[in-house]
Design a binder for this molecule. Structure first.
Ligand SMILES: NC(=O)C1=CN([C@@H]2O[C@H](COP(=O)(O)OP(=O)(O)OC[C@H]3O[C@@H](n4cnc5c(N)ncnc54)[C@H](OP(=O)(O)O)[C@@H]3O)[C@@H](O)[C@H]2O)C=CC1
Ligand SMILES: O=C(O)[C@@H]1CCC=N1
Length: 270
């Protein structure tokens, strides 16, 4: 499968890194990226081909994966439209609806909307996929094959669920890193140096997720097993509840979902 990436930023880098580890050939991957420093880095790190712009033409490819910011999608789609034949278009842009993109692409319909996340780089990604009914079976299978190469997939029947997936697993790694940063800062405040605060935090996350994946218990039960009556964990969780941590997470995920819908509505009117 020959794949052309439009945009060689954070998410394209994560996808390419994961795909190469899974056996995709670098020779089959091209990245269109205007920034020469990013082009050099992609060539050196991954051995993929790069080019600066769409206007100079695209290599023959089966799939075009658009990985630019939502705000750049209209301009990119309009540049792409004259180059389309039978390729599968994969869009990973937050918020941008398939119908909007199809219009910008001059009525092209073979579009699968995907919401991946950066752990794709280590093939531990989570991707939501949505395709309207008129997308070919072969194109659906191609999209799934690419995303499965870098992690788990979840097809959804309603496009609005992609905004919800964006708010959960798309943005989700940032929430986890935010918690980790806070935990390491708290560790430093308790007197640990950077290395030890990092070790204690990373090992705790790794251990907790391994335990959760291997255990028949749900998260609430696993939490209860740590929480001795009248003990330290209970004191911590009471303090976190009082500080509104859970409400903050709830509000944060709702805000991400809302922002995805808002981006789609605002940019779709342009
Ligand atoms: N980062 C993440 O965790 C995730 C991101 N996404 C989605 O992926 C998309 C990309 O995000 P991300 O990788 O973080 O963003 P980045 O800004 O890191 O990457 C986008 C890249 O596209 C380049 N670009 C801009 N215009 C063009 C053009 N006309 N042709 C080719 N390349 C162009 C940008 O160059 P320059 O900077 O010079 O403008 C930039 O290098 C977004 O739509 C986002 O919603 C989805 C899931 C997760
Ligand atoms: O923050 C964003 O908008 C993108 C989409 C999901 C993760 N990053």
């Amino acid at each position: 499968m020959n794949i052309t990436f439009i945009g060689g930023g954070n998410m394209a880098t994560a996808l390419i890194g994961g795909m190469l580890q899974q056996g995709f050939a670098a020779a089959g991957l091209t990245v269109v990226e205007p920034d020469p420093a990013k082009r050099d880095a992609l060539q050196q790190q991954f051995g993929v081909q790069t080019q600066a712009a769409i206007e100079t033409g695209l290599p023959a490819c089966d799939v075009i994966l658009i990985a630019v910011k939502p705000q750049s999608m209209k301009a990119v789609a309009q540049q792409l439209a004259p180059h389309l034949g039978k390729q599968l278009i994969i869009s990973i842009a937050a918020g941008i609806q398939v119908n909007t993109l199809a219009t910008w692409l001059g009525g092209y319909t073979q579009i699968v909307r995907v919401m991946p996340n950066t752990p794709a780089l280590v093939r531990a990604g989570m991707s939501g996929l949505y395709a309207p009914p008129d997308v070919d079976t072969g194109h659906r299978a191609q999209a799934e094959q690419i995303m499965r190469a870098v992690g788990q997939v979840l097809w959804v029947a309603q496009e609005t669920q992609i905004d919800a997936i964006t708010a959960m697993s798309g943005s989700g790694p940032a929430y986890v890193f935010y918690f980790m940063e806070a935990m390491m800062a708290a560790g430093r405040a308790l007197g640990f140096n950077d290395d030890d605060a990092r070790k204690l935090t990373y090992a705790t996350f790794e251990g907790a997720i391994k335990l959760a994946l291997d255990s028949p218990d749900d998260a609430a039960t696993l939490r209860a097993k740590v929480t001795s009556k009248g003990g330290t964990t209970e004191a911590a969780l009471h303090a976190m509840e009082a500080a509104g941590v859970k409400q903050g997470i709830d509000k944060g995920i709702a805000a991400a979902n809302h922002r995805g819908q808002e981006l789609g509505a605002i940019l779709g009117q342009q």
